[in-house]
Design a protein around this ligand. Structure first.
Ligand code: CA
Length: 343
């Protein structure tokens, strides 16, 4: 995509992906600026490798205001020893480091969304160069990619592992098995509004297993959502044979099995048409019928004006809610999912 892929990435790294053992290192992304003439952005990377086996690539901080991924992956990076695995684990706990540093979804350096710039641009901005390095240098080594997201400051979701409906049946089966092994309370087969430029799409187009998550949101974590990330990461390593132990299912922990859901049509999405104050009428995780009022938008500058009422356009469960009290036309107010029978 306009990138001179015959030349190596402009990003350099001090880790050797082919060496056995555990290494902590950095990608150095050139970033000359007024306060640092020869400066770079250093994005952490951790590699643990032992012998021959599959490679799992874990990413967190793709969006900088989602915290389960970075927290769980920092714990994994410190606790995992190469001798405990067969294969290779590559961890980038803060993929869009400038965004993580700022606590924002997008990078404050170039205003870009990491999850819309893949496959990256070699001669691009910081976010585009990180994506280019990941695409050209890490993804070719990976068999499985797990990108840990949450809703960020403006969204909250029921804790779920996420995959897409894939045309390749064998890849769909392998990905579904990984999604169920992750062991989140919900498994969501998501219809993306805009899948171009996503890390997801880049990996899927390589024919590799990709799963992501949406573990809560609101720009913070809970004990439950971090726990789901911790156990999901471990389960993925067991499922793909890097750790010689069995997957611990939700049932084994006395919890219900992963409830598989999907968003089959655009009626699942409820979008705001007004600017105002958002009053939620049905909480996250509740079931609704088509036509159920789920929210109101109040007009604080015109008290005589009645609030607008938003109704569910189909039956199902509320799996996403808008978080801030303020809402604007075009904001996604709610997402409704229905049970998915995968066979
Ligand atoms: Ca996200």
């Amino acid at each position: 995509m306009g990138s001179k892929r015959d030349k190596p990435s402009r990003v350099t790294s001090d880790v050797d992906l082919t060496a056995d053992g555990k290494q902590f290192g950095y990608l150095s992304v050139p970033h000359s600026r007024n306060d640092s003439a020869w400066g770079s952005v250093r994005v952490p990377i951790v590699v643990a490798k032992n012998g021959d086996g599959p490679t799992v690539f874990f990413t967190g901080g793709n969006h900088g205001d989602e915290y389960e991924g970075p927290i769980a992956l920092l714990k994994l990076a410190r606790s995992l020893e190469a001798s405990q695995i067969t294969g290779r684990v590559i961890i980038m706990p803060a993929l869009n480091l400038p965004a993580v540093r700022a606590g924002t979804r997008l990078s404050p350096i170039d205003g870009l969304n990491m999850n819309r710039v893949f496959p990256g641009v070699r001669e691009g901005t910081v976010t585009q160069m990180i994506a280019d390095y990941v695409y050209t240098t890490i993804l070719p080594h990976a068999d499985v990619v797990v990108d840990i997201h949450a809703g960020g400051k403006t969204m909250s979701l029921v804790p779920c592992a996420v995959m897409h409906q894939l045309e390749d049946k064998a890849l769909m089966d392998h990905t579904m098995a990984a999604l169920l092994a992750f062991g989140a309370p919900f498994g969501l087969v998501l219809q993306e509004l805009d899948s171009e430029g996503m890390l997801d799409t880049a990996v899927e187009d390589m024919g590799k297993v990709f799963i992501s998550t949406e573990l809560g949101g609101g720009g913070t974590v809970t004990t439950d959502t971090v726990g789901i990330a911790d156990s999901g990461i471990r389960n993925i390593l067991c499922h793909f044979g890097l750790i010689d132990e069995t997957v611990i299912t939700p049932q084994a922990r006395g919890l219900p099995a992963t409830r598989l859901m999907h968003t089959p049509d655009e009626d699942c999405l409820v979008v705001a048409n007004d600017n105002g104050l958002y009053e939620i009428l049905v909480d996250l995780g509740r079931e609704v019928a088509a036509g159920t009022p789920i929210g109101r938008i109040h007009f604080y500058e015109t008290p005589e004006r009645a609030p607008s009422l938003y109704k569910a356009r189909r039956s199902g469960m509320i799996v996403h809610r808008h978080v801030p009290g303020l809402i604007q036309a075009g904001d996604c107010l709610a997402l409704i999912a229905t049970d998915y029978d995968y066979s």
